[in-house]
Design a protein around this ligand. Structure first.
Ligand code: ADP
Ligand code: MG
Length: 745
């Protein structure tokens, strides 16, 4: 009997060499093999008759090889195959397919799948480059006995057949997978553990794990073909829900543990309110007020805040962060504000000084590039509790800064904070002693000295509050479910007085016109960005192109204007200087790479020209564009394209021209890139969900979250404590499994 955890070599037909190939696909155990699901199914129960085919349809045909051959045209060799059913014939063509020459023998049965088309010249039907499978050789004696052969054939014809992605450069064919998976299912232990409580199974109508694994590979004869293709059979639903449920259970548990920790109960009295009012440079929007209330409510509680503030670019997250900072500082605590880049940290520092310093708050900037002496001095300030607001890059976190009394951590612009990375943080902080330390707060060591004006004594170690600010506008339900261990606030309103940005897409052949336009804007007193794609700041050639562009613009096109250059490889001092000059209006045009992508805020900049816009991702374009349209003056974004644009690239550009709405853009981005890329799970080296797709399965995701909460609410008449602990054991095993994979890499 095979268990799910049995190494895959123990399946009949899998030797060490094949096991190696499978390992390359992430298949190491019997369970992995059984989760290698068909990516589609073929209806070979009701294959189509050649005579009844219609042009344009996708069809499965089973027929007999009549003849085949390679013929050469002027442009390329073409392989042609004729398949027959009685008197009906169908032609199939493959281009450049010399490799098929010896493949077919007249009399073989084969299955074909592809799009039926009409030959323009003779109006006959044909299929170009169909997928095919040779089902049995004519007069094939072989070693296989007749009975065995019959069984094998029964897996190929006369039923709905699963189609798998081949592996090992085609060595492991769909047919191979079919047989081996079938063998594994045949010898699979009859009692697979069931870790989902009965009442949950009942509510969702879940079938048993065993039935799910069988039917997802070998659908029952009556199964709906549509449901199979759309992954909506009971078998699929069981496997998908299973996967989502245990992730949500983990997140929900984490959330509860966090809620149970000791935090700092900040006081929000009249004095604090007045202090907040005093710094506000403008009237907050209704959304900003609501969000601050949610944050303040968390901060007053005796448990640490773990809140995600989501708001589109330009929605005004910074000031909300500052307001929260004041609550902590007025309560005698220190605040750390972390930004992903030095430029952003710098800019937060400038705005903090502008907004907070007059009110007497003590602010320091700590970044990786400071002189060691200066760094040491600043660290001392922090350790002694003199510095109240500490702004820095994430290096802050890595270098284990010692705070006298850290009360609040604000993490800005984590827009690439994928769900899997969050899971990783969760892993870190759920280990042994560490378990009571929050993922982010954990890294900060609390110093022993208490800050001077401590508002109230509290028993340490109290966890600091954490506020994560993100510009990734994902649909609310999705955010709630994905960031299950964070509470969510949404800034869904832009500050008043903004005129929508006008976006145009032009070919770079029209650049003279674009430069004219830019010149007019500058003459009217505005500033402009020209962005060049240097996607990875390490790409020498891209960087060269950007610098060349800068020379061209500063030396010729705008020789009479003040043009600056900003890219990731400039020294920190120089970067600051350039950014500072642009901020003060001493530069009129800033040629920049994507280093300005996040957060840079110069309200007087009204034009952004993006060169080679087709090379950027949609989220990135939206982030870049968010640098303009920040003031009352009308702003313009010009997407310049050069060279070939893919269909997907065109859809990205169209979306940018069509809408300014971050949510709409995020949805399309998600659709174009798929959840793995979108949420950065690939980047983080994490495996994607094996069967679930968080977009397609959004409803099941919500159900999983709901049921996870119900399970953790504790035993009652519906759920026994035994069922709960069984679910928790399973959850831990799965999380470990996921991380086992990650930590190897
Ligand atoms: P983001 O959410 O992208 O970080 P910022 O916090 O940088 O946005 O705010 C964008 C711009 O809007 C800033 O110039 C900021 O001063 C301004 N702003 C924020 N809130 C308001 C408001 N309530 N009224 C007017 N301007 C505001
Ligand atoms: Mg910001």
């Amino acid at each position: 009997m095979l268990e799910l955890s049995t190494p895959v070599q123990y399946v009949k037909g899998v030797g060490p060499r094949i096991a190696d190939i499978l390992a390359g696909k992430g298949i190491r155990s019997v369970g992995d093999l059984l989760y290698y699901l068909p990516f589609r199914y073929e209806d070979r129960l009701n294959p189509r008759g050649i005579a009844e085919l219609r042009p344009g349809e996708m069809a499965t045909i089973i027929g007999e090889v009549r003849n085949s051959g390679l013929f050469r045209t002027r442009r390329m060799p073409i392989f042609q195959l004729t398949v027959g059913q009685g008197r009906a014939r169908l032609r199939c063509l493959w281009f450049n397919a010399t490799y098929l020459k010896e493949k077919f023998v007249p009399g073989q049965m084969i299955a074909l799948y592809g799009k039926v088309e009409e030959d323009q010249r003779n109006r006959e039907l044909q299929i170009i480059q169909p997928q095919f499978e040779i089902l049995g050789d004519a007069g094939d004696g072989g070693e296989a006995g007749a009975a065995e052969k019959k069984v094998a054939e029964s897996l190929e014809i006369g039923r709905i057949v699963p189609i798998y992605e081949s592996a090992g450069q085609g060595k492991l064919t769909p047919r191979w997978f079919r047989r081996v998976i079938r063998t594994a299912l045949d010898s699979l232990t009859p009692d697979l553990p069931e870790a989902i409580p009965a009442v949950v199974r009942g509510r969702l109508g879940l079938v048993s794990p065993r039935a799910a694994l069988w039917n997802v590979h070998w659908p029952e004869p009556g199964e709906s073909f549509e449901e199979l293709q759309s992954r909506r059979t009971p078998a699929h639903i069981r496997l998908i829900f299973d996967e989502l449920f245990f992730v949500e259970l983990g997140l929900e548990l984490k959330r509860r543990q966090q809620k149970a920790q000791t935090g700092i109960p900040f006081r929000l009295d009249e004095g604090v309110r007045a202090a907040i009012k005093k710094i506000l440079p403008f009237h907050p929007t209704a959304a900003q007020k609501r969000v601050l209330k949610e944050i303040a409510g968390d901060m007053e509680k005796p448990h640490p805040m773990r809140r995600l503030l989501q708001g589109d670019v330009g929605s005004g997250k910074t000031i909300v962060g500052f307001e929260a900072a004041i609550i902590a500082i007025e309560n005698g605590c220190q605040v750390a504000l972390m930004a992903p880049t030095e430029i952003l940290a710098q800019q937060h520092y400038f705005s903090a000084r502008r907004i907070l310093e007059n009110a007497g708050y003590r602010i320091v900037l700590l970044t990786g590039s400071l002189e060691p002496e200066r760094k040491k001095e600043i660290r001392r300030h922090i350790a002694q509790g003199n510095a109240q607001l500490v702004i820095g890059t994430h290096a802050l976190l890595e270098e284990k800064v010692e705070f006298a009394k850290l009360g609040l951590v604000i993490v800005d612009e984590q827009h690439r904070f994928g769900v899997m990375q969050r899971l990783k943080l969760m892993k870190k902080s759920s280990e042994g002693e560490e378990s009571s330390r929050a993922a982010l707060g954990r890294t900060f060591r609390q110093g022993s000295g208490q800050a001077g004006e401590s508002a109230r004594p509290h028993t340490s170690p109290a966890e600091p509050d954490v506020l994560v600010m993100t510009a990734t506008p994902i649909p609310r339900t999705l955010a709630l479910t994905l960031y299950g261990d964070l509470d969510l606030s949404v800034l869904d309103e832009l500050p008043p007085g903004r005129t929508p940005i006008v976006t145009k897409c032009v070919s770079d052949e029209e650049s003279p016109k674009v430069w004219d336009f830019l010149r007019k804007q500058v003459a009217a007193g505005h500033q402009a960005y020209v962005v060049y794609p240097v996607i990875s700041e390490n790409e020498e050639s891209e960087l060269k192109a950007a610098i060349k562009m800068y020379r061209e613009l500063s030396g010729h096109v705008f020789a009479d204007l003040k043009v600056g250059l900003l890219h990731g490889r400039l020294g920190a001092d120089l970067k600051d200087q350039v950014m500072g000059m642009f901020q003060k209006g001493e530069l009129q045009i800033l040629v920049a790479t994507t280093v300005i992508e996040v957060g840079v805020d110069v309200t007087n900049a009204t034009v952004m020209v993006i060169e080679h816009a087709e090379r950027f991702g949609l989220a990135q374009l939206h982030q870049l564009r968010g640098r303009i349209g920040r003031g009352a003056a009308k702003s313009y974004c010009v997407l310049m394209t050069g060279g070939n644009i893919t269909e997907e690239g065109q859809r990205r550009l169209d979306a940018m021209v069509r809408t300014n709405d971050g949510f709409q853009i995020a949805e399309l981005d998600l659709e174009l890139r798929g959840p793995g890329e979108f949420f950065g799970t690939r980047q983080a080296g994490m495996p994607d969900f094996r069967v679930a797709n968080i977009i397609r399965d959004a409803q099941l995701l919500e159900a999983a979250k709901r049921e996870a909460a119900a399970v953790l609410a504790g035993p009652n008449s519906e759920i026994s404590s035994e069922e709960i602990s069984r679910a928790l054991v399973q959850m831990r095993a799965r999380w470990q499994h996921t991380y086992g994979l990650v930590e190897v890499g």
